[in-house]
Design a protein around this ligand. Structure first.
Ligand code: NZQ
Ligand code: ZN
Length: 387
């Protein structure tokens, strides 16, 4: 078991109608709020009006229009400017992971005199960040309970995971009813994203029994509840449990004391959405079984056997390699069954830029140090197998 330090300062407020506590929570951080949101889903579900009504005694500046795979220019830059111009004291992010991730970068950039990219690219370490409160409306990323934000820079195809303990939200409101309106496409992508977060922690060199149980239960819950959400989008029980698992799946709590895997599938996916702006969870679902196939070896076999037996109930008496192959097939079959596109061509990615992407990943993601080390040629093979 590895040494670790752990602290998540975020206060979670979970359940139906918890948003009634919003004014009291915000008052602790100040009067001047930057309200950030995306392309309009929060207006359609009445959440925007509700927030404005609850916060009528506050001074609100708005940053709308944050896109999926949030962009440095204009969203982060506009947000930082608005914070400085209006002496913003706290950011309220209302939306999915993209809105919250963008708000995290804004929170740090607002307290820094230089170019915010210095912070995101780790050239300079932030000394301070504005407090962030969020109302998360999509169960997927776990951004509501972690210290990271992923920011894209279109002109360089960069998609960088910016992680700093200063970026933990101060308070996250989680009302599962706000996820009733999430489309089937985004629900599927959320299932795949959170499952992948767990797999990135599970497939590692040194894991504890406790963490394995936690991860296996999380994966099973996501598959069962995810399917239930797709069948009936207003199934409160299913939406609530999915939201709960997604929230825990990305903040390390499922792998304290495990060795790090290096998050290889995320490393590869960041190039897919960095170059082609595709939906993160779809890219992950496509990469996952191809990565598994690529790294399956005598060394990694025991992990695949455990995964196959405990997550998919594959007969433990079969030969280990057969269990592992069945486990990989079952992973693919699950994604296919819920309707996720399982080939890069289906999401608009052809063979043209695979080499360029493999090079970008090899240079920027450090996967040669991953649990199963990947060189540029390995990354290219995984991408080619995903076509
Ligand atoms: O923009 P609006 O109109 O709000 O619509 C959004 C968007 O089009 C919509 N949506 C959100 N909540 C909704 C809703 N539609 C109907 N009803 C609702 N309640 O869904 C679309 C996708 O939203 P987005 O925020 O992009 O999705 P998600 O939460 O999956 O976030 C994806 C981003 O998070 C990053 C990804 O790379 C990607 O950029 N990640 C962040 C992580 C983190 N902070 O820890 C970890 C992840 O691995 C991931 O990389
Ligand atoms: Zn992810």
């Amino acid at each position: 078991m590895q040494n670790f330090e752990y602290r998540t300062p975020t206060r979670l407020i979970f359940g139906q109608n918890v948003i009634s506590k919003l004014p009291g929570v915000m008052a602790a951080y100040g009067k001047r709020i930057l309200l950030t949101y995306g392309g309009g889903s929060i207006k359609k579900i009445g959440l925007y009006d509700k927030v404005k009504e609850l916060l009528k005694d506050f001074e609100i500046t708005e940053l709308p229009g944050i896109q999926p795979n949030p962009k440095y220019d204009p969203s982060v830059l506009d947000g930082v400017r608005l914070c400085k111009e209006n002496q913003i004291e706290v950011i309220l992010a209302v939306g999915g992971g993209s809105v919250l991730d963008c708000s995290k970068a804004i929170a740090a950039g607002a307290c820094y005199d230089g170019e915010p990219w210095d912070l995101i690219s780790y050239k300079v370490k932030a000394q301070r960040a504005l407090p962030i409160v969020d109302i998360i409306t999509l169960a997927a990323t776990g951004s509501e309970y972690d210290a990271g934000g992923v920011i894209s820079r279109t002109e360089t195809n960069d998609k960088i995971g910016y992680i700093d303990p200063l970026l933990y939200p101060a308070v996250s409101f989680l009302d599962p009813t706000y996820t009733f309106s999430v489309s089937a496409k985004q629900t599927r992508a959320g299932i795949a994203d959170a499952m992948n977060h767990i797999m990135e922690q599970y497939f590692c060199e040194d894991a504890t029994l406790m963490n394995d149980g936690f991860c296996e239960a999380g994966l099973k819950s996501l598959m069962i509840n995810g399917k239930a959400c797709l069948k009936n989008p207003t199934d409160y029980r299913a939406r609530a449990e999915m939201m709960f698992v997604c929230t825990l799946a990305c903040n390390d709590i499922m792998s304290l004391g495990n060795s790090s895997s290096g998050w290889p599938m995320h490393g590869i996916e960041h190039a897919l959405s960095g170059f082609y702006d595709i939906t993160h969870g779809e890219g992950l679902a496509i990469i996952t079984p191809r990565w598994m196939q690529h790294i399956l070896s005598e060394r990694t076999l025991p992990r695949f056997v455990k995964y196959g037996v405990n997550v998919f109930g594959i007969d433990a008496s079969l030969p280990p390699m057969e269990i592992a192959r069945k486990a990989i097939d079952a992973t693919y079959a699950f994604f296919e069954e819920i309707g996720i596109p399982m080939h890069l061509r289906e999401v608009g990615i052809g063979p043209e830029r695979l080499s360029e992407m493999a090079h970008h990943v090899a240079v920027n993601e450090g996967l040669d140090k991953a649990y199963a080390p990947l060189q540029e040629k390995d990354i290219l093979q995984i991408l080619e197998a995903s076509l």
